[in-house]
Ligand binder design. Structure first.
Ligand code: ADP
Ligand code: MG
Length: 242
């Protein structure tokens, strides 16, 4: 579904992604761990076609994000939620959710709204459809952000530290929703600092270090002494995070 092949990305003289390979198959939940500055967000931005690659290739269902003609198809398949709540402040929760289905997918407004309301209900916000972002808590805004991504019926979700700006209570509100989505078989690529949560919901964990994908292992193996923990950098990272 998602294929990242030997991707290199540099900003000026600084190499940020150095030959990254990653494959995500339907139904998988893959968590990306790594220290701050290791290149996680850049990788997500590359997958979304927001950064020009210096080398390598990224495809979503065989659509190449580097080709302008294929990027729109690739993007339609990826639903992204970012760390900072990037909802439109002048639109209600429901309007934020229905904008792209109506404008991009050309869905009839009434249909898009009915689906948007159903999504809001799923994340416990059925009664906040008409609230503006400023009237919502951080956790509620992120849940709206997840609904907005899901409204496009993406093949998979890309989540970049969606809880890192939230306090613990709001974090668990959002993680509960993600756990539910994972259980329902939603494919997800999950950049996170929530290691215990990643351990619970992921099929696989990859570890990025200074732009190099050091480890890509099934979750159980990642946390095993003879698996991920055998990598000193992984062991060090995990001991610091707990
Ligand atoms: P992470 O998400 O893992 O914290 P990022 O992908 O945000 O890491 O950043 C990786 C590195 O790339 C950092 O050193 C960061 O300063 C650098 N970087 C990211 N975006 C840019 C940019 N637009 N211009 C220059 N450097 C950037
Ligand atoms: Mg980041």
């Amino acid at each position: 579904m998602l294929k990242v092949e030997n991707v290199k990305k540099a900003f000026g003289p600084v190499t940020v992604l150095d030959g990254v390979n990653l494959t995500v198959n339907p139904g998988e939940v893959v968590s990306i761990l790594g220290s701050s500055g290791s290149g996680k967000s850049t990788l997500i931005r590359c997958i979304n076609g927001l950064e020009k690659l210096n080398a390598g290739k990224i495809t979503v269902d065989d659509f190449d994000v580097s080709k302008p003609k294929e990027l729109a198809e690739a993007r339609k398949r990826s639903g992204t939620v970012f760390q900072l709540f990037n909802l439109y402040p002048h639109m209600t929760a429901l309007q934020n959710i229905t904008l792209a289905p109506i404008e991009v997918l050309k869905r009839p407004k009434a249909e898009a709204e009915a689906e948007g309301r159903a999504l809001l209900t799923q994340v416990g916000l059925g009664d906040r459809a008409d609230a503006y972002p400023a009237q919502l808590s951080g956790g509620q805004r992120q849940r709206v952000g997840i609904c907005r991504a899901l409204a496009m019926k993406p093949r998979y979700l890309l989540l970049d530290e969606v809880t890192s700006a939230l306090d613990p209570e709001m974090t668990s509100e959002v993680l509960d929703i993600l756990a539910k989505l994972a259980k329902d078989g939603t494919t997800m690529v999950f950049v996170t600092h929530e290691i215990e949560f990643a351990r619970q919901i992921s099929n696989r964990i990859v570890f990025l270090e200074k732009g190099v994908l050091l480890v890509d292992l099934p979750t159980e193996k990642f946390f095993a002494a003879d698996g991920g923990l055998a990598q000193p950098r992984v062991a060090q990272f995990l001991s610091k995070m707990r």
